[in-house]
Write a protein that binds this ligand. Sequence first.
Ligand code: GDP
Length: 296
Amino acid sequence: MFESLSDRLSGVLDKLTKRGALSESDVSEAMREVRRALIEADVALPVVRSFTDKVKNRAVGQEVLKSVTPGQQVVKIVHDQLVEMLGSDAKPIDLDAPAPVCIMMVGLQGSGKTTTTGKIARRLTERDRRKVLMASLDTRRPAAQEQLKVLGEQNGVDTLPIIAGQTPVQIANRAMTAAKLGGYDVVMLDTAGRIHIDEPLMVEMAEVRKASNPHEILLVADALTGQDAVNLATAFDERVGITGIVLTRMDGDGRGGAALSMRAVTGKPVKLIGTGEKADALEEFHPSRIADRILG
Ligand code: GDP
């Protein structure tokens, strides 16, 4: 992830640091190149525009150009602005609510939703010592319910027994009741996905939300999907209301646009990233580390 963006940006910024004195037009020219690099990396246009405008304003507005090392100062401004765009601080999953705390997982089919549900449940169980119950609400694909059950068995996490013929809302209600009776700390609802966003999916998500009153609604999105990921996040946020984003396949060699745009477009933090298929391939999203990686 980010390789070509990183190469492009370091090219532009190296040129600036090597020059010594800088004029306003040098900064403008560099920002045009930064803009092109971000667009090629699939970053959403409004995000690109706001990013380069902010860097330019800060660079020309603050005695930067008159300083002894203007190039390095501009590089620092680019870094700080990247961090701000990515959300400043890491935002862990929030479990600060009366038990059982419900985490609803939403997203398109194939985004990595079930795998991520298993990864988070495993982490909450092993690292945070929480008692977790997982339930699959994918009534259209019995294989999905089976997949979650297997993940639970592999990772030592309980899953709600499967009862054929129940609706997603009925399963959600049953999960919340079972969690209360069983003394669980956390309930994870792995909702159904679709290939594309459609109206029945959104209606179903809203109903499940109403029934389970989740404390976190995490959108699972594939980091390789580029611009589409932004539309996806906007749609889910408008219709269901998300509290955070999990980006999967950050181990792949995508251009990184989704990772760089989603927080800025939705205002919702990227909380976690998936970095592989294995159950422990889950990391917190640290904006400053990502910015360091991009700027090399
Ligand atoms: P769902 O339909 O959204 O529930 O998607 P799944 O959880 O079944 O995942 C679809 C495929 O993506 C599976 O083969 C997963 O192993 C794979 N996958 C999920 N997360 C990641 C990730 O972070 N990195 C990689 N490389 N593969 C992932």
